[in-house]
Design a protein around this ligand. Structure first.
Ligand SMILES: Cc1cc2nc3c(=O)[nH]c(=O)nc-3n(C[C@H](O)[C@H](O)[C@H](O)COP(=O)(O)OP(=O)(O)OC[C@H]3O[C@@H](n4cnc5c(N)ncnc54)[C@H](O)[C@@H]3O)c2cc1C
Length: 560
């Protein structure tokens, strides 16, 4: 890809003000804080147009502006979109600097002055030692990442809105919290011009562009390699602990495993953070009284686990398990293996969704998969519809009917007692606030920005009717990600992993004693979070189990 260099000394961002310090994203360092950074860095004079780092660079240093100003630029030398300008006592960089991944924006001096430059490795060391600077810098980096995601400033994706691969690439970047700027081939003339300029034809799209690198219809693994997702370097021949799945349960296990000295390898098939990272606001997690977004919680945990030395690899999908001589080998979809003495399975479960057009638009804005106090508060005094005939649907109806304006429970069949415990059916019958709707399916969702109504159909006749509904609760089951363990560990009738006492009665010939709590029917293989049978499907319990399992891993390792 040809980059048109700017004329030497040509400044960018002239006349642009510095951004206001929102959520601690752009603090100014005090004299005292800068003095501490000066002890590990060097001060130097810079002139306008000097490039400090450029998109595509494999890494970059930490810079503090002592005087003058620096512009942060997307597509430097091409479209030169100035994202921000930083003046005296502000610092540059974002979370990629801590992760040691490549730069995807460029920094170009606008006004002559002096900069303090701290090598990336020295900064990472300092962050582990200086609590005040660590809090301030990490908070700023995380807030900046959120802002960049919001404004769509980062790597460039060019592709059609109708292409499955464009959708896959965008989802993969979003799940990995990678800021990107999408240009839709369908109606963006700039997109066509850009493709022509780099010699890419429309049939080679989607393309991902970072600096001089252009990936044509890349696999998720290609994208991860280019943008430096996860840790670098190969796994050692044998780890103490392999954690499969990096949702809240797996990340908690990673933090505890690595911090307690276990050689820990974490793999995830899509992204670190799991399902929780798709939740806009988790209101019921300890220590966050105003709630926390799932992706922020995940980001914090990823940094924590990495700082303790856990190796994190994405995308890495476990497809099979092999029991070797006194250890296990997890086979990945690319044909490689990870060997470990113990395994924590934290692969979660996929909540079944209704097959309805536009469903994702309403998720969190009227469509929910859990009925906790926080969802109840969101729909207090509103008409509520619950879909599902199992116990979780019945419990949700009992609970939500206390606050909702009206509460209906819809099932496809005609007899609730076929799928729900008798006691719950009796309780529901005694509760006039809950109306049971038999032979009812939801076939359409309606509402401009939030859910306002649903269209219902009778599966026997096809007759349709519209129902006012502000909150739709879906409890139609969940499928655990345990395909790769079939035949290796005991499971319940829905393929969730049995653990601890629930394993009794299964083949336990591999044990000399009996399974620990959270241990599966295979010694040294533990199951935590949503994947294990009878889990409560909450972030907090997943985190609790992930940390608890590490203690049991130690015991298992000591017992062999
Ligand atoms: C929209 C939504 C909102 C929610 N809101 C809340 C809330 O407010 N409060 C609350 O307490 N709970 C909430 N939950 C439930 C909560 O998110 C889950 O209980 C929690 O995420 C379970 O954590 P986990 O680590 O067990 O599994 P998950 O979060 O599901 O993570 C499993 C991970 O394993 C990976 N994986 C799966 N198979 C493989 C494989 N073969 N190889 C490698 N990796 C694999 C997946 O990619 C995933 O990253 C919500 C769930 C959803 C869907």
């Amino acid at each position: 890809m040809t980059i048109e260099p700017l004329t030497a000394g040509e400044p960018l961002g002239v006349g642009m003000d510095e951004p206001v310090d929102r959520n601690g994203a752009f603090p100014r360092l005090t004299d005292e804080q800068r003095a501490r950074l000066r002890a590990v860095g060097q001060t130097r004079a810079v002139s306008p147009g000097e490039v400090l780092f450029r998109d595509g660079d494999p890494g970059y240093d930490f810079f503090v502006v002592e005087s003058g100003a620096v512009a942060i630029v997307e597509g430097y030398g091409r479209e030169n979109r100035v994202i921000a300008v930083h003046g005296p006592h502000r610092f540059l960089g974002e979370i990629s600097l801590v992760a040691g991944s490549p730069a995807y924006l460029s920094a170009v001096v606008r006004d002559a002055g002096e900069l303090l430059q701290v090598p990336a490795a020295a900064l990472r060391k300092l962050l582990g030692e200086d609590e005040e600077l660590s809090n301030l810098i990490l908070r700023a980096f995380m807030s900046r990442r959120s802002i960049l995601i919001d404004i769509g400033a980062g790597v460039k994706v060019v592709g059609s809105r109708y292409s499955q691969d464009t959708r896959r690439v965008r989802t993969f970047l979003a799940r990995n919290r990678m800021p990107y700027h999408w240009m839709d081939l369908e109606d963006d003339e700039e997109a066509e011009r850009l493709l022509r300029g780099i010699g890419v034809s429309a049939c080679e799209t989607p393309v991902v562009i970072c600096g001089e690198d252009v990936l044509r219809n890349p696999s998720n693994a290609d994208i991860a390699a280019l943008l430096g997702f996860g840790s670098r370097g190969a796994a050692p021949p044998m780890c103490d602990l392999i954690i499969v799945g990096a949702g809240p349960a797996g990340l908690a296990a990673a933090v505890y495993g690595a911090s307690e000295g276990l050689d820990t390898q974490v793999i995830d098939k899509v992204a670190f953070g799991g399902q929780a990272s798709t939740s806009a606001r988790i209101e019921n997690y300890l220590g966050f009284p105003t709630g926390i977004s799932g992706s922020e919680l995940a980001e914090r945990a990823i940094i924590q686990a990495s700082r303790f030395g856990a190796r994190m690899v994405v995308p890495a999908k476990a497809v099979a398990l092999h029991a070797e001589n006194a250890h296990y080998a997890v086979e990945l979809s690319d044909g490689s293996y990870v060997n470990g003495r113990t395994i924590i399975v934290a692969t979660g479960a996929q909540y079944r969704k209704l097959d309805l057009p536009g469903l994702d638009r309403y998720e969190g804005l009227g469509v929910y998969y859990a009925a906790t106090q926080s969802e109840a508060a969101l729909c207090a005094d509103d008409p509520v519809l619950i879909v599902g005939g199992g116990n979780s649907a019945g419990q949700a109806a009992m609970f939500l009917s206390q606050q909702a304006a009206s509460c209906r429970l819809a099932i496809r069949g005609g007899d609730l007692s076929k799928s729900m415990s008798r006691y719950l059916v009796d309780e529901l019958e005694r509760r006039p606030q809950v109306e049971l709707m038999t032979y009812t399916e939801v076939v359409e969702l309606k509402g401009d920005t939030v859910l306002e109504a649903v269209v219902l159909a009778d599966p026997r006749t096809g007759a349709r009717s519209e129902l006012e509904c502000r909150a739709l609760f879906v409890f139609i089951g969940a499928d655990p990600h345990t395909e790769w363990l079939r035949g290796h560990a005991a499971m319940d009738e829905h393929c969730f992993l049995l653990t601890g006492r629930d394993v009794q009665g299964e083949d336990l010939s591999a044990y000399s004693t009996e399974p620990f709590f959270l241990e599966t029917s295979r010694p040294g293989i533990f199951a935590v979070g949503d994947v294990h049978s009878g889990s409560v499907k909450r972030v907090a319990s997943a985190v609790g189990e992930g940390s608890m399992a590490v203690r049991l891993v130690h015991q298992r390792l000591a017992a062999v």
